[in-house]
Design a binder for this molecule. Structure first.
Ligand SMILES: [Zn+2]
Length: 269
């Protein structure tokens, strides 16, 4: 190695170390700012009014939930596409992320960097304009160049967390897809949550419940029939949004979901 090559090599190393240092430093700075602020009383009020899951938690779990919300908000950007993003919106996005993984405190969606709120539901070309065909998509997770981005319709997110129980929740739906995607494939088998030994009983349960939906003997949305991934997302919405009802109407499905998510949301109802 001659002297010039050595100087170039040293320069490259110095620049690389500087870039890594800046990246780590910047990330830590963002974390510190949000994480060290106390949880605002106003935020607490919003969660109490809108998020039943949070409202029904015992006090110590509420504090844990708040810390997880802060952690999520400290690492992810939440932006609006021609729409204002309020504190309520930010909290509802974070709640959608925290609820399904409440029993997995170490996981904070490394596959997500940004959540974009849309002013309305949209079509496959991300158009929200009424004149451009059907716009029936309420949310989606990005792929390809959009990887790491989640899109949610703001009014549908707000309707999902209106302080009452239903069986649908677009926020939880999309974050469950992201949990499913973390193992590399969106296939309805979220391997980061369970070992392979769970897969078979879960797939069997999906088939059994799909039969009931097809024959009209189920109150689960027929959208669950689309494929296994949609099945997981749809029944998870029901599981977290209306656990008591799901437990009484679908006890076996409910039980296997408690094993997958390692939580019993009906405990705090
Ligand atoms: Zn879906």
């Amino acid at each position: 190695m001659n002297q010039t090559t050595l100087i170039i090599a040293v320069a490259i190393v110095v620049v690389a170390v500087y870039i890594i240092y800046r990246f780590v430093f910047k990330k830590q700075k963002v974390n510190e700012e949000i994480l060290h602020e106390p949880f605002h009383e106003q935020w607490r009020k919003i969660l109490l009014q809108r998020v039943l899951y949070y409202k029904n938690l015992p006090d110590d779990k509420k504090r844990e939930f708040e810390e997880r919300v802060k952690l999520f908000l400290s690492e992810k950007k939440i932006n609006g596409a021609d729409v204002e993003v309020t504190d309520t919106d930010k909290l509802l996005v974070a709640a959608s992320a925290v609820i399904p993984l409440f029993a997995f405190p170490r996981y904070n969606y490394p596959n997500v960097r940004e959540v974009v709120l849309y002013p309305n539901s949209f079509d496959e070309k991300f158009q929200t304009n009424d004149e451009v065909g059907q716009r029936d998509i309420l949310g989606m997770i990005g792929d390809g160049f959009m990887s790491g981005v989640v899109i949610l319709s703001k009014p549908d997110l707000e309707a999902a967390f209106n302080g009452t129980r239903h069986r649908s929740n677009v926020g939880i739906h999309e974050f469950v897809h992201l949990i499913d995607k973390a193992d590399g494939s969106v296939d309805g088998v979220p391997e980061i949550l369970f070992t392979h030994s769970y897969s078979l009983p879960w797939i069997k349960e999906i088939k059994k419940e799909m039969k009931k939906i097809k024959s009209g003997h189920s109150d689960i949305s027929p959208y669950a029939l689309t494929n296994n991934a949609e099945f997981l997302a749809v029944v998870s919405e029901y599981f977290f949004d209306n656990p008591e009802k799901m437990k009484s109407r679908h006890p076996e499905l409910y039980k296997i979901l408690t094993e997958i998510y390692k939580q019993h949301p009906d405990d705090y109802v």
